[in-house]
Design a binder for this molecule. Structure first.
Ligand SMILES: [Fe+2]
Length: 190
């Protein structure tokens, strides 16, 4: 079985997110990688032992939570690599066309971030129809749009900011994220 490995991110100092905040969050990411591997190993083992089907079924249901927890954090941390860069090119044009302007796109992200509950803001691209969407995925795995490609993922779980911000300051955390996103990374995914 090919196992997943936790990635290393080349993160700059992020003004507004402390080293401790990033450190605890990266540890959490590593937990998702570990459990993504572990679930598959466990399913194999339980099958060999003849465990009841429903035990395996529940692990299979759980898998998307761990896998998406791993992958979404990779999208998230990659976006902070090498410092903030302005949006340019096709990606900027596409979101500006859809939302009115790049500033309006950012305003739309903030509006979606107002969704109650934990989860992710996901900007995705529907390759099939050539459309961009900004949605909210609950937990890590609920509410993704089938077959779309993740362009930008913003973690709105409290663990992402509560070393540095209280829940009522969620908007300040989002502001920090938006100011530090390397839009070139996002644009390259597009
Ligand atoms: Fe997270």
């Amino acid at each position: 079985m090919k196992l997943y490995e936790a990635k290393q991110f080349n993160l700059p100092t992020i003004e507004g997110l402390s080293e401790k905040q990033i450190e605890v969050h990266l540890k959490l990411y590593e937990g998702y990688v570990k459990h993504t591997n572990l679930i598959r190993e466990q399913i194999k083992e339980l099958k060999e032992k003849g465990a009841p089907q429903y035990v395996i079924d529940e692990l299979r249901r759980r898998y998307a939570f761990e896998f998406d927890g791993m992958r979404m954090h990779e999208y998230y941390f990659e976006q902070f690599e090498e410092g903030a860069k302005e949006a340019t090119g096709d990606f900027k044009d596409a979101v500006s066309e859809k939302y009115g302007s790049f500033e309006d796109f950012i305003s739309h992200i903030k509006e979606v971030a107002g969704s109650r509950g934990i989860g992710w803001i996901v900007v995705s691209h529907d390759d099939k129809e050539g459309q961009i969407h900004t949605t909210f995925a609950a937990d890590h795995e609920l509410g993704h749009l089938a077959g779309t490609k993740v362009l930008c993922a913003i973690d709105m779980w409290e663990h992402a900011f509560m070393v540095d911000y209280v829940p009522a300051e969620k908007g300040n955390y989002l502001e920090t994220v938006l100011q530090n996103i390397n839009w070139e990374v996002v644009g390259n995914r597009y």
